[in-house]
Design a protein around this ligand. Structure first.
Ligand SMILES: Nc1ncnc2c1ncn2[C@@H]1O[C@H](COP(=O)(O)OP(=O)(O)OP(=O)(O)O)[C@@H](O)[C@H]1O
Length: 335
């Protein structure tokens, strides 16, 4: 693979005494879907606003195809802001045409593009409605259309999936996959980790204003605790108790899910299972992103990583600790 087309290099941004972004560095390749995840206040939105030029960094730069991003390059970017930014009283179709023209499309091309995205995002019946009369989820579809109407070369989307119904999630997913297939680098933030895991080529995990891990799910799993699924129908409740470095994650009927600490011997587990009778399955499983995330964020916190913020933000430590709590509350799927 050639190098990244969009590079975020050493960004730092401070709001007063608070270091919102502290040395943020990563790159996104052409045609790549890049998931940007992290707890509330980790620095995702601030980073994305800097990429879009809405905010100026205190240090660092953003490069597009090897050059610092300037106004002309940014006109080629598509952005879906977290706070959403539509004019509530404008009609959907008109709004999209207006945005297309604002990005430099001639009037007829803006009209064609607006019509195309209205249809593609299943908004036809709302085309002549004022934006404010649409449900929030449909306004979000319009917001995505607004990010796409000028056929951008880069897409940066702040929580595009939040609040969408399952059908709208599928539409959003398909559109992002399509754009990536056309070579567009797509970066989006989300707290829905199972979705990120399903959709993204690579994931960047942000904590305390820094990228603490970045890679494919396989790469992020490399240093994680291993998981085993063992199906041993004659094994008793405590068959795995006492195996060094092994803990039981769950047990459903004859199937036991185990977590193996680094260095734990899976062959010992197999022997222990066989000692109980037949073993119908013995499968190594990759941990879900929610577990990888929780391990990485809590480990980083446990090692006393500088959160990149100043001393008035004691609550930030709680934010990190709160990640696991929040994740547990939501089936471990959300940050
Ligand atoms: N305009 C602002 N003024 C002061 N502090 C701010 C401002 N915007 C963001 N911050 C602070 O900067 C830090 C990073 O915020 P940011 O919005 O980038 O986080 P985030 O990762 O996008 O969070 P979330 O997942 O909740 O959207 C937070 O501590 C936040 O309180």
């Amino acid at each position: 693979m050639t190098g990244p087309v969009l590079e975020v290099d050493g960004l730092r941004k401070r709001y007063g005494r608070r270091q919102a972004v502290a040395d943020m560095t990563f790159g996104i390749h052409a045609g790549e879907l890049f998931g940007f995840v992290g707890s509330n206040g980790a620095g995702k939105t601030t980073t994305m606003r800097i990429v879009l030029g809405v905010l100026t960094p205190d240090e660092g730069e953003v490069r597009w195809r090897g050059r610092p991003v300037d106004f002309a390059a940014r006109r080629q970017f598509g952005y879906m802001p977290e706070e959403r930014g539509l004019y509530p009283r404008m009609k959907v179709g008109e709004h999209l045409r207006y945005l297309g023209e604002l990005h430099g499309l001639p009037s007829a091309a803006a009209r064609r593009a607006a019509d195309r995205w209205v249809e593609r995002l299943e908004l036809s019946r709302y085309a002549t409605e004022e934006v404010q009369n649409l449900s929030l989820g449909n306004q979000q579809r319009v917001q995505l259309a607004a990010a796409l109407v000028h056929d951008p070369q880069v897409l940066v989307l702040d929580e595009p999936f939040s609040g969408l119904d399952p059908v709208a999630v599928d539409v959003m997913h398909d559109v992002l996959v399509e754009r990536a297939a056309d070579g567009v680098p797509v970066m989006f933030s989300s707290h829905q980790l199972s979705l990120v895991e399903r959709v993204c080529d690579r994931v960047g995990i942000v904590s305390g204003g820094r990228l603490i891990a970045c890679g494919t799910i396989e790469e992020l799993s490399e240093n994680a605790e291993r998981r085993l699924l063992v199906d041993a129908p004659e094994a008793g409740e405590n068959w795995a108790a006492g195996l060094r470095g092994v803990s039981v994650v769950s047990r459903e009927g004859s199937r036991t899910r185990l977590r193996l600490a680094k260095g734990a011997d899976d062959q010992r587990v197999l022997h222990a299972a066989l000692a109980t009778g037949p073993v119908l399955a013995f499968v190594s499983e990759r941990p879900p992103l929610s577990d990888l995330y929780r391990d990485l964020v809590t480990t980083t916190g446990a090692h006393g990583q500088d959160t990149g913020r100043t001393s008035d933000t004691d609550t930030d430590t709680n934010t990190t600790a709160g990640v696991a709590t929040t994740a547990n509350d939501t089936d471990g799927d959300e940050t």
